[in-house]
Design a protein. Structure first.
Length: 217
C-alpha cells in the first residue's frame, strides 16, 4: 500500500544507488510494445485483413527474445554486481537496436528480428535489476523498495501506452517514425543509466551480502 511505497521512497532517498536501480524497469517502458505492434501489424506489414496474423508473429518473436536475453546473459556475465550493471547498459542498447530495426525494416522478417532484440533488452533489464536489488537491499526493506520499483514501472508503462496511442491516432502518424523515436528514447535511458552509475559510485560486489542479510553458507 501507500505505507510501503513511502517507506521505500525514504530508503532510496538515503541510498541513491538503490533508487537508480529501481528505475531500470520503468525507463525500459518509454515505448509501448503492444500499441506499436498492433499498429504495425495493421498498417505496415499486414498478412490478413485485420493484421491478426502479423501481430501474433510479432508478439511471439518478442517472447522468444524475452526468453533468450537472460539465458544468454547468464552464460556471459561473471555474476558480480558490476557485471550485471554493465549488462543492464547492454539491455538498453539492445532495446534501442530493436526499435531502430523495427523502424527501418523493409520487410516483416527484418521487423521480427527487431522484436527479438527488443525482447532481449527488456528482459535483461527486468531480470538483472531485480537481482541487483536482491543483492543490495536488506531483507527488512526489500519489499518496500520493490513496491517503489513496480509503482514507477506502472506509471511509466501507463504513460507510454497513452503517449504512443496519442501519437499513432493522428491521421498522418507514421509508425516507423514512432519506432525510431523509441530507439532514441532507449538511448536516452542508456545515457541516464551510465551517468547515474558514475554519479552514485561503483556497485558493490555480488559476493557481498546486503546489510542485514546473512551471507550464503
Amino acid at each position: 500500500g501507500w505505507t510501503d511505497l513511502l517507506a521505500g521512497w525514504r530508503y532510496v532517498r538515503t541510498h541513491v544507488h538503490i533508487g537508480v536501480t529501481a528505475l531500470v524497469k520503468g525507463l525500459g517502458q518509454l515505448g509501448s510494445v503492444d500499441v506499436l505492434a498492433a499498429v504495425y501489424a495493421r498498417r505496415v506489414f499486414p498478412l490478413d485483413a485485420d493484421g491478426g496474423a502479423a501481430l501474433g508473429l510479432m508478439l511471439a518473436f518478442m517472447g522468444v527474445g524475452t526468453v533468450l536475453g537472460p539465458l544468454l546473459g547468464d552464460r556471459l556475465h561473471d555474476g558480480s554486481a558490476r557485471s550485471l550493471q554493465r549488462w543492464i547498459a547492454g539491455g538498453y542498447a539492445l532495446s534501442a537496436s530493436g526499435w531502430l530495426l523495427v523502424g527501418l525494416a523493409p520487410s516483416l522478417p527484418v521487423a521480427l528480428a527487431g522484436w527479438v532484440l527488443r525482447g532481449m533488452g527488456g528482459s535483461i533489464n527486468w531480470t538483472y535489476s531485480d537481482v541487483l536489488l536482491q543483492l543490495k537491499v536488506p531483507n527488512h526493506v526489500l519489499g518496500r523498495v520493490y513496491a517503489l520499483d513496480l509503482a514507477f514501472f506502472t506509471l511509466v508503462a501507463s504513460l507510454g501506452v497513452w503517449s504512443n496511442s496519442l501519437l499513432l491516432d493522428r491521421p498522418a502518424a507514421d509508425p516507423r517514425q514512432v519506432a525510431v523515436w523509441l530507439a532514441a528514447a532507449a538511448l536516452a535511458a542508456l545515457a541516464a543509466w551510465a551517468t547515474a552509475l558514475r554519479v552514485t559510485g561503483g556497485p558493490a560486489s555480488a559476493g557481498q551480502a546486503a546489510s542485514g542479510r546473512a551471507a550464503p553458507g
